[in-house]
Design a protein around this ligand. Structure first.
Ligand code: C2G
Length: 130
């Protein structure tokens, strides 16, 4: 069974996120999403609309997602890959190259982002100031 992992905030879940999750799952059989906690989002400088629990519920309702775990810091990826016996680490290509160090532990794949949609664009167009 090929086990995949991906990381993110997934706030104001939109079809760009779904495109990523669908293609990540297509890389294997079991997809784990490491979801940024509220505290880690503060560290990332992201002001989330939905709480961790709300974002987790949304992700768990997606057919491509098999497990959601908390992402609490930048440094947990190697531990996660070993703990969950991950075969492939998948991220959108806005992160191209940033996680190549993980190639010592598993395959690293960067997938094209869905260009025309983003949470910040949604907030801007709905006039929600982050
Ligand atoms: N994404 C995408 N297309 C978009 C928007 C996002 O493919 N239009 C992808 C991103 O490339 C990422 C995933 O969806 O792989 C989640 O996006 P974010 O929630 O913005 O994740 P980010 O804040 O970049 O967190 O340790 C890694 C970080 O937690 C990544």
């Amino acid at each position: 069974m090929k086990r995949i992992i991906t990381y993110g905030t997934f706030d104001l879940l939109h079809y760009g996120h779904i495109n990523l999750l669908r293609r990540a799952k297509a890389e294997g059989d079991y997809l784990i999403v490491a979801l940024s906690t509220n505290d880690f989002n503060s560290e990332k400088g992201k002001n989330c609309y939905f709480s961790y629990e709300e974002r987790k519920k949304l992700l768990e309702s997606i057919r491509y997602v098999d497990l959601v775990i908390p992402e609490e810091n930048w440094d947990q990826k190697i531990r996660d890959i070993q703990l969950y016996q991950i075969d492939k680490f998948v991220m959108g290509n806005d992160w191209e190259g940033k996680f190549d160090y993980l190639r010592d532990y598993c395959e690293v794949i960067y997938l094209d982002r869905t260009p025309e949609i983003s949470t910040s664009k949604i907030k801007k167009e709905l006039n929600i100031f982050s």
